[in-house]
Write a protein that binds this ligand. Structure first.
Ligand code: PLP
Length: 321
């Protein structure tokens, strides 16, 4: 696919139906009945924190499974705290509102859930204090965010990850995603599928919206939480699967750029990306240039678990219906 066709395909992603149910300011409402003012602070200054949560449809069981809802809302509470904001509901309430939202919309496909806590004051002035906040959740049918079968080609971005000293990457802040957007567009418009971003001091941090795992000489490695990553919910699940299912060690340590060129397997993971095998970095094949054996095995266990098919990992999901 040419770069132009790829970006046209991306532009055609479905918009929410006007009648879709959303949760807004403590109540359920229709998508088109919610209006934001032009001066909304968060729109101008990136002063919001958000989450991305998936629910997986299991056609055989005719059931939708919400994946790790509580973990996402716990992280959202932590992101909010960093930004001097407070979520207006407990984690338990938020999970229940999300389940109710999914039920109201009667989704029968994979779904992406987007909660956003944002500075809703309509005024000029960059700050965090003495401002009003609003909260909503919307949900939309959603397939793959990046390719997950044949493997993706990545470039190491010329943009660096936002450092904790400037804009904490461990908080999922709307404004930080301008950095992700710079990296993603640079990669796609240069003919790659995804960007891998380094920290300011030159270590591998993560993908534009994914955490990263590398396999080398019998061990999986992933950048530590102190290398300016978002502390991914999927990352925690993958670490568990590597240890419990593959019986392999996982080491959290800084990764050099050239280790990406010399490792045997590489994968990106996240709520959107799921598990996406990386087969090429900066025009160098990863391993034999094909999807890695362990990566493939992780995918098959992961997809069974998230679709509610694994007894062992039942506690990862909540059935919606
Ligand atoms: C920058 C970034 N890193 C990592 C991740 C993966 O996090 P999670 O697995 O919690 O979705 C995401 C996705 O939300 C992200 O945006």
């Amino acid at each position: 696919m040419s770069v132009e066709t790829k970006s046209k395909a991306a532009a055609k992603k479905p918009a929410p139906h006007p009648n879709t149910w959303v949760f807004h300011e403590g109540e359920f409402a229709r998508y088109n009945d919610v209006r934001l003012g032009l001066m909304t602070h968060a729109l101008h200054y990136g002063t919001g924190v958000f989450e991305g949560i998936r629910a997986y449809w299991n056609a055989k069981q005719e059931q939708l499974f919400l994946l790790e809802g509580a973990q996402h809302y716990e992280r959202m509470h932590r992101s909010a705290n960093i930004m001097r904001m407070t979520l207006p509901h407990s984690t338990e309430e938020l999970v229940n509102f999300t389940l109710e939202l999914l039920r109201r919309n009667q989704f029968k496909s994979d779904v992406y859930v987007r909660p956003l806590l944002y500075t809703s004051s309509e005024e000029i002035g960059v700050r965090l204090h003495n401002l009003e906040h609003s909260f909503f959740i919307y949900a939309i049918p959603f397939g793959n965010y990046v390719e997950i079968e044949s493997g993706i080609r990545c470039m190491v971005s010329t943009w660096r990850r936002v450092p904790d000293q400037s804009l904490p990457a461990r908080a999922k802040i709307t404004g930080s995603y301008a950095q992700s957007a710079l990296a993603k567009s640079e990669a796609v418009e240069s003919g790659f599928d995804e960007a891998i971003v380094l920290t300011v001091d030159g270590h591998v941090s993560e993908g534009s919206a994914e955490n990263l795992f590398m396999f080398k000489e019998g061990t999986f490695f992933t950048p530590p939480v102190t290398d300016d990553i978002l502390e991914g919910v999927t990352r925690t699940l993958i670490m568990k699967l590597i240890k419990d299912e593959l019986g392999l060690p996982v080491v959290e340590r800084s990764i050099d750029r050239t280790e990406l060129y010399t490792c045997e397997e590489l994968l990106l993971c996240g709520t959107g990306a799921q598990i996406s095998p990386v087969v090429e970095v900066d025009r160098r094949p990863v391993g034999n240039g094909k999807v890695g054996e362990f990566t493939h095995e992780l995918q098959s266990i992961y997809f069974g678990a998230v679709r509610g098919e694994s007894k062992k990992y039942k506690d990862w999901t909540i059935p919606v219906y």
